[in-house]
Design a protein around this ligand. Structure first.
Ligand SMILES: [Ca+2]
Length: 597
């Protein structure tokens, strides 16, 4: 029966514990939610052992003397007491760790220096940056006549003084006493030899003279961030009782420093992006210790949440604002499911009007671009797949013999949007796998023109009895293969009477015609020029007729119309450049509606 009862209690405790844990976790998440947040302040010294130069009785046991608690007013010096210290005897050892043990669970423990030392040093090394707020020291010996509290922010390479302590600031350090001059770097407040034991020394990094409103501002950080803290004990002083009572003991038995407690208050430093910290590397494992690795919120990362998480670099990193509470979260990059990290690019940020600066890194699935939003060279969009699909980009399947690289972008094997390949002269088809009609001899140099007006055998070049009215169905890049529409009636062809001597096709005579590929600019530019008309049209098909090219378009919009009337019928128009230069460049870039003149 008893066993069952115990089991039940254990189970109940488990429920209660688990319940409480999840509640506090929820609460903590909420605190950082939409707000800047910081870890709680604790005792940074707990679990960390200070380093000192000496300890009492480190070689042989030493006899030392001290004055138990004495009153100052009226001065009542008691008899001094003497006892032994030895590092080899636990009950008589006074190690540096006795300064940072728990005040409540181990009261009355202290560190003591070797006898006769003039200068001592107590140093606390932290494994990473911490935020230091204040320090409290309780001496067992009389407080020193001169000492300095210093900090390092580079793991002990360089040191800066927090505060000088002296019975006489001007005589010892050449500094004003802050009792006379507010804000001075030196004070005599904590250098009185009274009380001869349990005298305190307190220093706060932030005090009213600093006048810092936001405790996490850059100025506050410069003052409060530390990797090491050290106290230089420069000059001993005797308890006044020693002289007053005319002690029989040798003065050297009183010549040491001793400290009961060293309490260093501060917190893990997380730039306003965390309120919990974990154990860092070689740091102390003690449960009560203040750990140094932030558990970052707000999509941040790093030991101190000093950067954005890999996929969250669309905005510049900023610390949480301690004054306004603004979290200044990091924002996710848009990479269309093709990347796992992005970097912040200042130029991209500026050119977007400071809206988005994320550049996706290592775009996968053959994608490319700042947002992995297009296919990389050699690949084209598969319109049946969503852009976020791993199958969004397909490899160009161009005929190796009949195709060339793009002229606009040399690394393109096919057009990134349509997948149509770029063909050698006289070659046709979306993959450049056969000769244009009127050409023959598909090979490394493309295809040659037939030596006759009409069509010829694509393999032998032998002329065929072709019908002049035969419909041309050659569709170069950009055309739509299935769009076989009625061949346009050339109403105005009679007016021009082109002969083969008057014009050259770029495809037939590449040595005479240089075709320049050019991106069209804005429609407004065209409208301002002296063109007879400007239309927005979709190219349905185009083919080379030797003396000219025939392009079948569907007019989408007439933006400017002069003497040439554009109606709902088929009409042949011969652009000025063709009539002047006698060249035809019947290659039109694919896909989109284009402006033409
Ligand atoms: Ca202690």
């Amino acid at each position: 029966m008893q066993n069952k009862g115990i089991t039940f209690i254990v189970f109940l405790e488990w429920i209660v514990t688990v319940h409480t844990d999840s509640d506090s976790a929820k609460f903590q998440r909420l605190r950082c939610d939409g707000h800047s947040c910081n870890p709680p302040v604790g005792n940074l010294a707990i679990g960390r052992t200070p380093v000192t130069l000496t300890a009492c009785g480190q070689n042989v046991s030493e006899l030392y003397c001290f004055y138990p608690e004495v009153q100052r007013t009226p001065i009542s010096c008691s008899q001094s007491q003497c006892t032994k210290c030895s590092l080899n005897q636990p009950e008589n050892s006074h190690l540096p760790s006795h300064m940072t043990d728990d005040v409540f669970s181990s009261p009355g423990t202290w560190w003591q220096s070797a006898q006769g030392v003039l200068r001592e040093e107590i140093r606390l090394d932290f494994e990473t940056e911490f935020y230091f707020t204040h320090v409290i020291m309780v001496f067992r010996s009389p407080r020193p006549a001169a000492m300095v509290l210093e900090r390092s922010l580079d793991h002990g390479k360089t040191w800066r003084a927090y505060k000088y302590f002296a019975t006489n600031c001007t005589a010892t350090f050449g500094l004003q006493d802050d009792l006379n001059e507010e804000g001075s770097l030196c004070t005599s407040r904590y250098s009185d030899p009274w009380p001869c034991t349990k005298g305190e020394v307190i220093f706060r990094a932030l005090n009213p003279t600093n006048r810092i409103e936001d405790p996490y501002s850059p100025q506050a950080q410069a003052l409060m961030k530390i990797t090491n803290l050290r106290l230089l004990l420069l000059k001993r002083q005797d308890c006044p009782c020693q002289a007053a009572s005319g002690s029989q003991e040798k003065p050297q038995r009183f010549a040491y420093y001793a400290i009961y407690d060293l309490i260093v208050r501060g917190s893990c430093f997380c730039n306003g992006h965390a309120e919990e910290c974990e154990q860092a590397g070689s740091a102390p494992g003690s449960e009560a210790a203040v750990h140094g690795n932030c558990v970052c919120q707000h999509n941040t990362a790093g030991r101190h949440c000093e950067k954005c998480a890999p996929m969250y670099n669309d905005l510049p990193w900023r610390p949480g604002d301690g004054k306004t509470g603004a979290p200044n979260e990091c924002r996710r990059c848009r990479c269309h499911n093709h990347a796992v990290s992005c970097r912040f690019d200042h130029n991209v940020w500026l050119s977007s009007g400071k809206k988005s600066g994320g550049v996706c890194e290592n775009c996968q699935h053959n994608t490319d671009g700042h947002r992995c939003q297009r296919c990389r060279a050699g690949y084209h969009r598969d319109p049946t797949e969503a852009i976020s699909s791993p199958l969004a980009c397909k490899e160009c399947s161009c005929n190796a013999v009949g195709s060339v690289n793009g002229t606009l972008n040399r690394s393109w094997k096919c057009h990134p949007k349509t997948g149509f390949c770029y063909c050698k002269p006289g070659v046709a088809g979306p993959y450049c796998h056969h000769c244009l009609r009127g050409y023959w001899g598909f090979g490394e140099n493309g295809c040659r023109p037939c030596d006759c007006a009409g069509d010829c055998d694509p393999d032998t070049g032998e002329c065929r009895n072709s019908n002049n009215n035969e419909q041309y169905l050659n569709v170069p890049i950009g055309g739509r293969i299935p769009d076989i529409i009625d061949s346009p009636a050339n109403e105005s062809e009679d007016d021009w009477k082109w002969t083969s001597e008057q014009g050259f096709s770029a495809l037939r005579h590449p040595e005479k015609c240089v075709c320049k590929e050019r991106m069209l600019r804005s429609i407004t530019d065209f409208c301002q020029m002296k063109y007879a008309y400007v239309i927005k049209a979709r190219i349905l098909s185009a083919h080379d007729k030797g003396t000219h090219a025939e392009v079948v378009v569907k007019v989408r919009k007439i933006l400017k119309s002069g003497k040439v009337k554009i109606g709902r019928n088929n009409r042949s128009i011969y652009p000025e450049s063709w009539t002047n230069r006698g060249c035809t460049c019947p290659i039109l870039n694919p896909g989109n509606d284009s402006s033409h003149h």
